[in-house]
Design a protein around this ligand. Structure first.
Ligand code: AVJ
Ligand code: FE
Length: 423
């Protein structure tokens, strides 16, 4: 079948983006050794090998199997291994045991990727995609970008619990002039609009522009730093139950938490594990690897609070509608948080910001029928919303309306926060 001239350009662009996204996943794995691909230190971490296959399975099941009539699965057993959580797609291997599978080995999974890549490119070259197919294609690309970020969290965890503190990739901080002055960004009391509106790609959970009432408030124009968080640590912040939500306090006691994840105290000096190995704690960088509970306790210790996801979005759209050039995303391959430089507010990149909002559906949220309806909607309970992206997010993946979500106790991902207060 021929592709109409009107759509040739669009499909060529999709082909280029598909190649770019698939390639970046491999680039992220380049520094890894064979053994790194297999381990799963905790249930939240997936072996890099699993991510390589699961992102491939996604295209195979939701595009090739569905829309290419003579398509043959690469391996009939793979869907059982690489389906993550889609009940509509049938039985699957248990999540907590992903790290016990030495087979299929990495080379077989690379062959799986090539096979699916070839089939996808063939499909794009020979078939005019309809609206539904174009949309699923975009979801597949954005899904792989989410997994690229998850792979960086997981690789850091795999290396970071190793007493040898192996280096993923050296990345020396360039000479920098940090701007640690806090400006407070004000937003007047009023009714504002939040949620996605437009024609570009977005996830279903950010859809449905709607009005919210916000009392007058102000937020910091940058993330809280390691230096500031250290003051909380040294002021016995973890030990004073007055700062903590009960769930958080119970978590601190049960897990014996005394500092952000990856912080190490040796002979009175603070170090932390970075993707560049073990380093002296840099006080100027945004703090990361803190749970929602820790962010919330810090805010209470300061006599302040975390912004809600709506306050965050409105402040971002008002004070930083464009992504500034210095934003620290995966694009620059820093693989670390960076001190804030320059005078622009810091809303994008570095670390995802915990907000004081539960992850709930927006008004009129409708999950689509079938497996893809399971993508975001079924997680709308007991998780908190995070905004803004991290140094492992690609700039073309983020928007002011983008809603990430995680359970409040988790901190192996790149989390941070800013403070807010009513005016
Ligand atoms: C949006 C990051 C919470 O980790 O499960 C990956 C992303 N969704 N595959 C997750 C996702 C489907 C999701 N988060
Ligand atoms: Fe997934």
């Amino acid at each position: 079948m021929d592709i109409s001239t009107a759509q040739v350009g669009r499909q060529q662009e999709l082909t280029n983006r598909f190649n770019e996204v698939r390639q970046l996943t491999l680039e992220i794995c380049e520094p890894l050794q064979p053994e790194d691909f297999v381990v799963q230190p905790v249930v939240d971490v997936s072996p890099p090998k699993w991510h390589l296959a699961h992102t491939t399975w996604f295209f195979e099941i939701f595009i090739l199997k569905k829309y290419v009539s003579d398509y043959r699965l690469f391996d009939d057993d793979y869907p059982f291994l690489f389906n993550s959580y889609y009940e509509n797609e049938g039985d699957r291997w248990i999540r907590s045991e992903r790290g016990v599978l030495s087979r299929p080995w990495v080379k077989e999974i690379m062959a799986y990727r090539s096979y699916v890549d070839d089939s996808m490119l063939q499909f794009l070259k020979t078939t005019e995609l309809n609206e539904e197919q174009l949309n699923v294609f975009e979801i597949g690309l954005n899904h792989e970008q989410q997994h690229q970020e998850l792979m960086v969290y997981d690789i850091k965890h795999i290396l970071g619990i190793n007493p040898l503190f192996p280096t993923y990739k050296r990345s020396n901080l360039p000479d920098y002039q940090p701007n640690l002055k806090t400006n407070w960004l004000r937003v007047d009391e009023g009714v504002y609009e939040v949620g996605y509106e437009g024609k570009d790609f977005h996830f279903d959970n950010e859809e449905g522009k709607h009005k919210v009432y916000l009392p007058g408030f102000q937020v910091q124009d940058r993330l809280v730093t390691n230096g500031e968080f250290l003051e909380f640590v040294e002021d016995s912040g973890y030990g004073n139950f007055n700062h903590w939500l009960m769930e958080g306090h119970e978590w601190v006691k049960k897990e014996n938490i005394r500092a952000p994840f990856y912080w190490i105290k040796e002979e009175g000096e603070w170090f932390y594990f970075t993707l560049g190995g073990k380093e002296k704690l840099n006080l100027d960088e945004p703090v990361t690897h803190i749970s929602f509970y820790e962010a919330d306790a810090f805010a209470k210790w300061k006599g302040m609070r975390l912004p809600t996801e709506f306050e965050w979005e409105v402040a971002c759209k008002l004070h930083s509608p464009e992504i500034p050039a210095e934003a620290n995303f995966m694009d620059s391959r820093n693989f670390r948080t960076m001190p804030r430089v320059g005078a622009n507010p810091q809303f994008y990149g570095d670390a995802w910001e915990w907000t004081n909002s539960a992850y709930l559906p927006y008004p009129h949220y409708q999950k689509v029928d079938g497996a893809l309806g399971e993508y975001n909607g079924k997680f709308m309970i007991n998780q908190m919303v995070l905004r803004g992206g991290s140094f492992a997010t690609m700039a073309n993946h983020i928007r002011p309306t983008y809603r990430n979500f995680f359970h409040p106790h988790l901190r192996w991902h790149f989390t941070g926060f800013r403070l807010a207060e009513f005016t």
